[in-house]
Design a protein around this ligand. Structure first.
Ligand SMILES: Nc1ncnc2c1ncn2[C@@H]1O[C@H](COP(=O)(O)OP(=O)(O)OP(=O)(O)O)[C@@H](O)[C@H]1O
Ligand SMILES: [Mg+2]
Length: 451
């Protein structure tokens, strides 16, 4: 069953139950309340009549006429009884036998009277005692219960009508509210279907509020992430196949040339050298791709331990100095602070060396390495005095296969970023005012070496 119908049904059932319970309670109390109210009214009228009887002389026919008029006007069944002489003084009820029966059956001195039983009907009774100079007398006023039951019936009918209208209004309202709630969910389902079919361009914004809006935003973020991931995978395969194809074609060209006897002697020798160099390049690219894939997916290739930064930078220098010397460039360590960091030392060495070898390659003369703390962050910086990073690649420098004019494969910095981020650090690249490039690795979690 659709969620909307489920909610409407649940709401309606709840409402019907509440209204039925309320209806039963009201119904069971209503007759009692009507009887009480009637008794009160009878008392009020009775008091007026008693006042009249006490103040006027009832031996006078005009006064009796006035009394009877009064009773008719109030539409009352009433009689007065004298206890002393056991005599009915007057009565508006023609059936005297009935009255005598009541006098015999009921105690007129009890202020709390039950319903008096007639032949087939019952009566609500109110008795008002009054004292004439001669004896104790009682005025008895009666209302048939049937009259009250009529009133009760008409009230119940009205109540039932109000309940029905209430239920219809509530059902319509709940239908409208649940529709408002469920419609964004249905739309969200359509959006998810689009994500499933990878129709990212066709996604639309959903009008919603509260939690549903938050879910929608998460879905949009997820779709963007997925889209970016699919795009980057797409570019990665395009670039990887291109990078692998170029050396393979060179190797194929030379191999076929040598086989067909086009290259002979010294030319063949040179061809073989190029082939070996290209095969090495291929090997390097494939190794880097494999490493990147592992860094992305495998958890157990990372062996974190505490590393003394000073000793770590020493290892970097040991490896960097021969490379710099080869290229007639100078590499110096300008500043070092003695701190402890936690990372996989071998992998981080590779990340820093990727940055340092780039710097040596692009430097005119000099590369500077420094380690310092700033704003509670430990910064490893590599600065060179080259021409700086090409403006067209600086934005996506750390993406795979992104390389500048003098670049090689464009994987070194992607690997460096993957390692640094796995170690809880941040990597940044910028050009300095002196035009050279500056690469910074920042760690927020570090501790001072106290040894
Ligand atoms: N110190 C630097 N100065 C200027 N440009 C740089 C510097 N370091 C990197 N770059 C630019 O960034 C690009 C990407 O560098 P990255 O190390 O990822 O690839 P690569 O050096 O071209 O190849 P490899 O995968 O062999 O390292 C380089 O091609 C180069 O254009
Ligand atoms: Mg590089």
């Amino acid at each position: 069953m659709k969620l909307q119908y489920q909610l409407t049904l649940a709401f309606t059932t709840l409402l019907v139950i509440i209204m039925t319970v309320a209806g039963i309670i009201i119904y069971s109390q209503m007759l009692q309340m009507l009887i009480k109210d009637e008794q009160r009214q009878l008392e009020d009228k009775g008091e007026l009549i008693v006042n009249f009887i006490l103040s006027e002389d009832l031996n006078n026919t005009t006064n009796v006429q006035r009394l009877l008029q009064m009773l008719e006007q109030y539409n009352l069944q009433v009689f007065a009884y004298d206890e002393g002489s056991k005599r009915i003084i007057f009565s508006s009820i023609p059936n005297m036998k009935k009255i005598e029966g009541w006098i015999a059956d009921y105690d007129l001195n009890n202020p709390e009277q039950p319903l008096w039983q007639g032949k087939e009907d019952q009566y609500v009774v109110s008795i008002i005692p009054f004292y004439s100079p001669s004896a104790t007398q009682q005025l008895v006023l009666l209302t048939p219960l049937d009259d009250l039951q009529e009133v009760q019936k008409s009230l119940i009918n009205r109540l039932f009508l109000i309940f029905i209208i209430g239920i219809v209004v509530a059902v319509l309202l709940s239908h409208y509210l649940t529709m408002k709630l469920v419609t964004p969910l249905t739309k969200l389902r359509h959006q998810l279907k689009k994500i499933e079919k990878r129709q990212f361009d066709e996604m639309e914004e959903i009008k919603a509020t509260g939690e549903i809006k938050e879910v929608e935003q998460s879905v949009v973020e997820m779709a963007n992430e997925l889209n970016n991931f699919i795009q980057s995978q797409h570019h990665f395969f395009q670039n990887a196949s291109h990078e692998l194809k170029t050396p393979l074609m060179t190797i194929q060209g030379y191999a076929e040339g040598i086989k067909d006897g086009i290259f002979e002697g010294e030319d063949a020798e040179r061809g073989l050298n190029v082939m070996v160099a290209e095969i090495n390049r291929l090997k390097k690219i494939i190794n880097e791709i494999i490493l990147l894939a592992k860094l992305d997916s495998e958890a157990d290739i990372y062996h974190v331990k505490k590393v003394n930064v000073e000793q770590f930078i020493e290892k970097v220098m040991e490896r960097a100095i021969p490379i710099a010397n080869d290229q007639n460039k100078e590499i110096i360590l300008t500043k070092i602070t003695n701190h402890i960091l936690s990372f996989d030392e071998g992998k981080m060495l590779q990340a820093v060396m990727n940055i340092v070898t780039n710097a040596i390659r692009h430097a005119h003369q000099r590369v500077e390495i420094s380690v310092r703390t700033e704003n509670n962050q430990l910064r490893i910086e590599v600065v060179d005095d080259g021409n700086g990073i090409d403006e067209d690649v600086i934005q996506k420098l750390f993406h795979r296969f992104v390389k500048g004019k003098s670049g090689e494969t464009g994987l070194g910095l992607a690997i460096a970023r993957a390692i640094v981020e796995r170690s809880g650090g941040i990597i940044k690249a910028e050009n300095t005012i002196n035009k050279g490039a500056k690469f910074s690795i920042l760690f927020t979690k570090h501790e001072k070496n106290t040894d």
